[in-house]
Design a protein around this ligand. Structure first.
Ligand SMILES: Cc1ncc(COP(=O)(O)O)c(C=O)c1O
Length: 390
C-alpha cells in the first residue's frame, strides 16, 4: 500500500492516543467478514465491541437506513415521529413486562447515566451499589459504578456514594442492600470482565432484596442485550424483571444509539425538561432499532445464538482453550495462556476475537447471524495454535 494512504499515522497525528488498535485496516465488510486494505478477509467474531448484531451489509438494515435517510434524516424530540413511536413499541414488546416506557439516548454510558439519575431522583436516596468487576461506561456516574475505575476516573469527586457487592455473593447482597440505597446496577453477564455470567441465584437475590427495601434494580444490558444471550435480554434467561434496563451497542446494529427502559412507575416521576438529549430517538436510529428487532424475529436469530453457543461449547474447548464461560454469543474462552497471545495467533488464521479485563479470557462477541461454518473456522484455527509452555 502507498504509505500516504495508510490511515494509521494520519489518525495518530490528529486523534487522541487513547485506543490500542488492531494490526489491520478495514476498508469494507460483508456478512461476518472484514475486508482489509491488503485484501485479507477476516472472520469477525468481535463485532466492533458487540455492535454488529446483523453482521455487515444486511440488506434489511441497509435498506431501512437508506430509506429513512432519504425520507427524513433528522428531527429531534421537539416533535413526535411515527418511526420513533414504532421503535419504542417494538422494544417494549420484547422486553420484560414490567418495563413500560423508553427514553432514547445515544450510547451505553449515557443510558446508564440517565438510569442512575432516575434512581436517585425517584428514591430520594444518594447511595448506589454496583458489582465487583462490572463495567458501565466512562461518563461521571457510569464510571463511578465501574469496578476499578479510579486509575482513569479523572473527576475530583463522584456524584454519589458507591459500594461494590462481591459478584455472586448472595450473603453480601443481603447484607449490603438496605433502605438507604437508591439502586443496584448489574450486568447479568459481565462483558468487559471477560464474559462472566452471574448466577440466577445472585440476580434473584438482588431482585428480592431491592424489592424489599424500596431499591431500584438497574440491569445494564448494553453488551448483553438485543439477543446476544439467546434471549432478547439476559435477565429474561433468569426470570428477573428489573425496574430499569439499559441498552446500546447491538440496539441499532451499528447505528449509534442507546435506550433506557423503565417501569411505568419510575417513568411517571418525570416531566418535561427533567431528562433529554438532542439526538436520542432520531429517525435513522429509530428505524435501525425497529429493523434489528424485526430481523432477529424474522430470521429466528435467538435460536441461532443458542445453537451457535452449543456448537462453540462442543467444538472449541481445545488447543489453548480450557473452558468456556458466558452465555449465547457473549462468551469468554478461558485460555491456558494470556488471551492476547491467542487473539494474535487467531488473527494469523484470519479470525478476530477480543480480549477483556480478565487476562485469560478471550471474548467472543460474534454477530448473531454467524453460521456453523464460522464456528468450524474458529475451531480449526484454535486447534492449529501450537501448545504453549504453560
Ligand atoms: C455493560 C456495558 N455498559 C456500558 C458500556 C458503555 O457503553 P458506551 O461505550 O456505548 O458508552 C459498555 C461498553 O463497553 C458496556 O459493556
Amino acid at each position: 500500500m502507498n504509505a500516504d494512504m495508510d490511515p494509521r499515522p494520519r489518525e495518530a497525528a490528529v486523534t487522541m492516543p487513547v485506543y490500542g488498535q488492531l494490526p489491520f485496516v478495514p476498508v469494507r465488510a460483508a456478512g461476518c467478514d472484514i475486508i482489509t486494505d491488503d485484501g485479507r478477509r477476516i472472520l469477525d467474531l468481535y463485532g466492533g465491541h458487540a455492535v454488529a448484531a446483523l453482521g455487515y451489509g444486511h440488506p434489511a438494515l441497509t435498506e431501512a437506513i437508506r430509506r429513512q435517510a432519504e425520507n427524513l434524516l433528522f428531527q429531534s424530540n421537539a416533535v413526535a415521529l411515527a418511526v420513533r413511536a414504532e421503535a419504542a413499541e417494538k422494544l417494549l414488546s420484547v422486553a420484560p413486562d414490567r418495563l413500560g416506557s423508553v427514553l432514547f439516548v445515544n450510547s451505553g454510558a449515557e443510558a446508564n447515566e440517565n438510569a442512575l439519575r432516575m434512581a436517585c431522583r425517584v428514591t430520594g436516596r444518594d447511595r448506589i451499589l454496583s458489582i465487583t468487576h462490572g463495567f458501565h461506561g466512562r461518563t461521571a456516574a457510569a464510571a463511578a459504578v465501574t469496578w476499578n475505575s479510579d486509575r482513569w476516573y479523572g473527576f475530583p469527586q463522584k456524584p454519589f456514594e458507591v459500594d461494590f457487592i462481591p459478584r455472586d455473593d448472595c450473603d453480601a447482597a443481603i447484607q449490603m442492600i438496605d433502605d438507604d440505597i437508591a439502586a443496584v446496577i448489574v450486568e447479568p453477564i459481565q462483558g468487559v470482565a471477560g464474559g462472566y455470567d452471574l448466577s440466577t441465584e445472585f440476580l434473584s437475590t438482588i431482585r428480592q432484596e431491592t424489592e424489599e427495601h424500596g431499591v431500584l434494580m438497574i440491569a445494564d444490558e448494553v453488551q448483553t442485550g438485543m439477543g446476544r444471550s439467546g434471549h432478547f435480554f439476559a435477565v429474561q434467561a433468569h426470570g428477573v424483571e428489573p425496574d430499569i434496563l439499559t441498552a446500546a451497542k447491538s440496539l441499532g446494529g451499528g447505528v449509534p444509539c442507546g435506550a433506557v427502559l423503565a417501569s411505568k412507575d419510575v417513568a411517571s416521576a418525570f416531566g418535561v425538561g427533567d431528562l433529554g438529549t438532542t439526538f436520542g430517538g432520531g429517525p435513522v436510529a429509530a428505524s435501525a432499532i425497529t429493523t434489528v428487532i424485526e430481523t432477529i424475529q424474522n430470521e429466528h436469530l435467538l435460536q441461532n445464538v443458542r445453537d451457535r453457543e452449543a456448537q462453540i461449547r462442543e467444538q472449541c474447548v481445545l488447543g489453548p482453550v480450557e473452558k468456556i464461560q458466558g452465555m449465547g454469543l457473549l462468551l469468554g474462552l478461558i485460555c491456558d495462556r494470556p488471551a492476547k497471545e491467542v487473539r494474535d495467533a487467531l488473527l494469523e488464521h484470519d479470525v478476530l476475537a477480543g480480549t477483556s479485563a480478565d487476562p485469560h479470557s478471550l471474548r467472543i462477541l460474534a454477530p448473531l447471524v454467524i453460521g456453523p461454518e464460522h464456528v468450524n473456522h474458529l475451531s480449526e484455527a484454535l486447534a492449529s495454535i501450537p501448545p504453549g509452555n504453560h
